[in-house]
Ligand binder design. Structure first.
Ligand code: SF4
Length: 264
């Protein structure tokens, strides 16, 4: 089940993330039931992604109970020692001053075949990158980084939070080994800056925008308004979740090919 995804990751030239803590041969999971062994780690964030996951329980109940083994997770499993896993979902950015979080993330990298940045805080830091300490209710914490700043990330599901639909479809795609569906999630795993500004600099100002409006529909804070067929970014509302950039069809297509077709 995982060999094809691993093969894609190994040959994926678009994923420029550095391999800092790739899983070793010895970390291969011991799988007695032959089901994927899945873990869930909650780092720094608002818990919105976890809530979005629970929205899916009626859809995912069969999948989660019959087709995968949840082997690690603070509120999911009564297990204190991290086991070896096939896939570990990581919610939230990592606080660099929190020794436990840093250690848990690195241990997950060692023990999991695939790491998925689950939500924008894990993928690119999202709103936690604005935190500089001194605020309630986490006054001692200072520096929040996307998890790919510390470990290699294999997949990312953007969103603040990840939509219940994306979670359900991604889990089904993962179980069915649907690499076509998962490819965007693999490509964006190295992303750690996506926000409305990237739409401006990476898509609109390069003449790649078709005015489809998908970015506006993906924005969960309504920071994007379509004006005269082009997205207008309200930077006061943008929380840098990257959902707009990740959902823009032009961010996935090869820029050279687009320019060639448009004679740019
Ligand atoms: Fe333009 Fe991309 Fe937004 Fe569509 S999703 S309107 S192509 S920036």
């Amino acid at each position: 089940m995982f060999s094809k995804i691993k093969e894609m990751l190994d040959t994926n030239g678009d994923n420029k993330n550095q391999v800092k803590n790739a899983p070793s041969e010895k970390s291969k999971p011991v799988n007695k039931t032959n089901k994927p062994r899945i873990g869930y780690i909650h780092l720094s964030g608002c818990t919105g992604d976890g809530m979005s996951l629970t929205e899916n329980y009626d859809i995912l109940a069969t999948l989660l109970t019959d087709m995968v083994d949840i082997v690690y997770g603070q509120t999911l499993v009564d297990e204190w020692d991290m086991p070896e896993m096939d896939l570990c979902l990581v919610e939230g950015s990592v606080c660099l001053q929190d020794e436990h979080s840093v250690h848990e993330l690195k241990e997950a990298r060692e023990k999991s075949k695939l790491i998925c940045a689950f939500g924008s805080c894990a993928m690119n830091g999202c709103f936690t990158t604005y935190s500089r300490g001194g605020q309630q209710a986490q006054p001692k914490q200072e520096s929040f980084s996307p998890i790919n700043s510390l470990v290699k990330v294999d997949l990312a599901l953007p969103g603040c939070p990840v939509s219940p639909e994306m979670i359900a479809k991604s889990v089904v795609a993962y179980i069915n080994n649907d690499n076509d569906y998962l490819k965007p999630a693999i490509d964006i795993a190295a992303c750690n800056t996506a926000c409305g500004c990237d739409l401006l600099t990476g898509i609109i100002s390069k003449g790649l925008c078709t005015g489809c409006g998908t970015c506006g529909l993906a924005c969960q804070t309504r920071a994007i308004e379509m004006i005269e067929g082009r997205p207008h970014i309200n930077t006061d509302r943008c929380i840098k979740c990257g959902a707009c950039y990740a959902s823009c069809p032009r961010s996935w297509l090869p820029e050279k090919q687009i320019k060639k077709e448009l004679n740019l």
